[in-house]
Design a protein around this ligand. Structure first.
Ligand code: PMP
Length: 284
């Protein structure tokens, strides 16, 4: 346990990744580890945290921690932070600590299509912080939304940005479907996830088209036939309904998982579990 005066505890000034590994026929395998570690270093650079190891060393340390844990499927959480030795806002001089944890944890969200609500809390603005980085302080915004939404008995919240465009969920990116075409909010006010990138690649391979990335206003929610969100932990989770801020409920696929969402979900699960042999280069 770190000292009470650990700099990070006071100012939310640390970075993390949320990585998943799966039980495959060839030992546990970590999905897109390289990209996660690259983002970890990017996030650290935003906060001026100089991780005293190379990308390769952290990547290998993740693999070794999974092996040592003897867990077949679960999560990896590398963190880097300013430790004990400095109080006050300016962190330079505090020791940089790097820790990797591995734990077993099942599904983050239910297998069923979930019900979500647009929160009255807006997504943090990119002029106030780097929204592309996984910086702990940014997640105050996400946790506030989660608290608000769960009090209202919805499964998850949806954030608009400060210009009232759809941004993302507290920890997930969103896709919509209309006439076999996928849409997702353009980057700028959101964290462009690795799962989002994976879905863009898989969609192009299966359907031969690019995902349309554009600003999407909430009044367009009714024009879509299906919706789903994506994140390392929640994988591909179909959305059964979205309730707007003023309480209007928009149902997708009669509240069930839509057929294209389901097919992308199955494709994704085959890739992460190594059943799809064409993507073994994403497994470490
Ligand atoms: N948006 C936010 C705000 C997130 O925190 C995350 C990760 N939890 C994502 C999107 C999805 O990122 P990834 O697909 O890389 O897990």
């Amino acid at each position: 346990m770190d000292h009470n005066l650990t700099h990070t505890l006071h100012y939310g000034w640390w970075v993390f990744e949320w990585i998943r590994f799966y039980d495959t026929e060839n030992w546990p395998k970590i999905f897109r580890l390289q990209e996660h570690i690259e983002r970890f270093f990017y996030s650290a650079s935003v906060l001026g945290i100089e991780i005293p190891y190379s990308i390769e060393e952290i990547r290998n340390a993740c693999i070794e921690t999974v092996i040592a844990s003897k867990v077949n499927a679960g999560y990896i959480r590398p963190i880097a932070y300013y430790g004990y030795g400095k109080m006050g806002l300016f962190p330079e001089g505090a020791k940089i600590e790097t820790v990797i944890s591995v734990w077993k944890w099942g599904k983050y969200l239910s297998d069923k299509a979930i019900d979500v609500k647009i929160s009255h809390i807006r997504r943090i603005h990119p002029s106030t912080t780097d929204v592309k980085a996984k910086i702990t302080g940014n997640y105050v915004n996400s946790v506030l939304v989660s608290l608000d939404i769960h009090k209202q008995w919805y499964d998850e919240g949806l954030l608009l940005d400060t210009e009232w465009y759809i941004a993302e969920w507290p920890g997930e990116n969103i896709f919509f479907i209309k006439k076999w075409q996928l849409y997702t909010p353009a980057i700028g006010n959101l964290l462009p996830g690795i799962t989002r990138d994976t879905i863009k690649i898989l969609y192009k391979e299966i359907f031969g088209k690019e995902v349309i990335e554009e600003k999407i206003t909430p009044d367009r929610l009714e024009e879509f036939e299906e919706a789903f969100f994506v994140w390392t932990a929640a994988e591909v989770t179909p959305i059964g309904s979205i309730t707007t801020e003023d309480g209007k409920k928009i149902e997708y696929s009669s509240g069930e998982a839509g057929s294209i969402s389901n097919s992308l979900k199955n494709t994704y699960l085959n890739v992460v579990s190594g059943k799809d042999k064409s993507k073994l280069n994403w497994l470490y």
